[in-house]
Design a protein around this ligand. Structure first.
Ligand code: UT7
Length: 330
């Protein structure tokens, strides 16, 4: 029997430290009004010194394992979507495996920036469908503060830190779980959103550090144009190819890069505003963590019910973009 993959558990972690727009006004030439109206962000969370992506992830996973009573030794696969791994190697998946005692799991990191969670879900789904994995831990986590230049007003207002994790397992009920997924990339967008140094192209030197090449770079205006179209189009495409309309969708959980990009996608899908999950105001852009953070909020608040239809959509560096169609339940 064909197996569907479904999400059976979720956990999240956000750091305690809050960095508000007013705090940023004291650091760079910006103002609360500009940030709020141009992005929808009011505050973001920042990891403490020494707190890395694996640490936030382990906290999120432990919360999930406790709440859903899952034994870490039953996990067979760990996928970590992140662009801010603790180190280039070993993978953050290995560090997490050790941190939670998942002694029977293999794992790896996946680099797709803001699309990491959607790409990770597509990957996890295929492992489940092939029968090779039965219990996958999919982490979307980023410590964006570690690659953000807090002297650059173009980027430092946009990002925050956080981690989310879901358990992906098979279900024999073909009406539930991941029903469809679309994933795309277009490397001609690489110049507009990247971290120029620290890899094999520009290894670390005094010069790369002095020139700020280890920080995230973004041509915001260009990325905005591609993101508005990319996220809206992929959201509509996944509905249309499943003969659905916005009326059929119970929740739209988009990547949280800019409230204006989210609004444009929701409009193109003809969605009622209460179906759109938004937390960019509290957490800003946490890259691979935005979608699990949004999902966990509607799980915790009791809004999400068995059988609800959810669309995830994203757009990010690469460029990468995609969408997932999910019926909640198993
Ligand atoms: O998650 C991965 C994908 N990333 C995205 O999807 C992000 C896409 N881009 C965006 O969200 C937006 O482009 C930004 C929020 C980054 C910028 O908004 P914008 O409306 O595109 O502004 P802009 O870059 O066109 O700048 C408009 C003006 C400029 O001044 P002038 O040249 O018009 O005088 C900027 O210098 O706003 C100025 N500006 C700021 N002013 C106050 C830029 N940053 C700031 C700031 N505070 N922090």
């Amino acid at each position: 029997m064909a197996l569907n993959a479904t999400i059976t558990a979720i956990g999240t972690y956000i750091p305690e430290k809050v960095l508000t727009n007013q705090d940023l006004e004291k650091m760079v030439d910006t103002n609360n009004e500009w940030i709020r109206t141009r992005t929808g962000i009011q505050e973001r969370r920042i990891a403490s010194n020494g707190q890395a992506t694996s640490h936030m992830s382990v906290d999120a996973i432990k919360e999930m394992l406790d709440e859903y009573d899952v034994d870490p030794e039953t996990i067979d696969t760990i996928i970590v979507s992140t662009v801010t791994p603790d180190m280039f190697f070993p993978s953050t998946a290995c560090l997490i495996q050790e941190g939670i005692g998942a002694t029977n799991a293999w794992g790896f990191d996946l680099s797709a920036a803001c699309s990491g969670f959607v790409f990770g879900l597509e990957t996890a789904t295929q492992f489940i469908q092939s029968g090779r994995s039965k219990r996958i831990l999919l982490v979307g986590a980023d410590t964006m503060s570690s690659i953000t230049n807090y002297e650059d007003r173009n980027t430092c207002i946009l990002f925050g830190d956080g981690a989310g994790v879901v358990l992906v397992e098979p279900t024999e009920n073909s009406e539930y779980g991941i029903l469809d997924s679309l994933v795309y990339c277009d490397g001609s967008g690489a110049d507009y959103l990247n971290m120029p140094a620290g890899g094999s192209l520009n290894p670390a030197t005094h010069e790369t550090v002095e020139q700020g090449m280890h920080y995230l770079y973004q041509d915001g205006r260009t990325v905005f144009k591609f993101a508005v179209n990319g996220m809206a189009n992929v959201s509509v495409e996944i509905l249309e190819r499943n003969n659905l309309t916005g009326d059929d969708v119970d929740f739209f959980i988009p990547h949280q890069a800019n409230k204006r990009i989210i609004d444009a996608a929701a409009k193109k899908m003809n969605l009622a505003p209460e179906k759109v999950v938004i937390n960019i105001d509290k957490y800003a852009n946490t890259t691979a963590a935005t979608i699990p953070l949004g999902l966990h909020e509607i799980v915790k608040s009791g809004q999400l019910n068995q059988g609800d239809l959810i669309v995830f959509a994203t757009f990010g560096a690469g460029f990468t973009w995609g969408a997932t169609l999910l019926r909640w339940g198993q």
